[in-house]
Ligand binder design. Sequence first.
Ligand code: HEM
Length: 173
Amino acid sequence: MEKVQKRLISSYVMAFVSVLFGWLHVMFAVLVVGGGFFNLFLLLPVLRTLDPQTAGQISLNVAKKFTILVWVSIAGLLATGLVRVALDSSFERAFGFDNPYGVTMNIKVILFIAIIVHAFLITRTGRKIPTASSPEERALLQQRIFRFSLINTILAFVVIFLAVGLRYGGSVF
Ligand code: HEM
């Protein structure tokens, strides 16, 4: 009887830990993808209506804080994603090319790597803005950041589509 009770408690704990990590994983995605969308489609159009000096100051301060959120979320998504695989499935199934779940997961991971590469390019380009030699160079760098951010937002939307597909066994194609 005691053994049955212990097994029951441990299965409740495991279920709770799974939900907790699932929640953390989704929260990182919500915060970083929502934040990126906000910057591109709400903040940026408003900044374009302000005088360039004020707009530049605001965007620099926002970018500094948002960069921290991006890198914390990338680390968080990777860590919680791997924990979810370990808790809910086997690594062979989750990353195998011989089943729909594994194929979808591998495409998701490849897109995630592309997001990391673009996040790195955004961070590197952003560091050059304060020392830009002319307003034209600054505008060029900002345009580059806009393009990389747009690419990352689109990639993240596709990743979320694939993530929802995983819930249904990965049969999304
Ligand atoms: C190496 C990186 C990643 C791994 C290993 C990973 C792993 C996972 C796993 C195992 C699930 C649960 C799937 C299921 O229900 O069977 C999941 C769900 C999810 N992932 Fe990821 N993930 C990663 C990156 C990302 C990224 C970059 C995003 C967003 C930009 C993301 C967004 C989501 C969302 C929103 C869900 C919930 C989908 C749902 O329950 O309907 N993941 N992920």
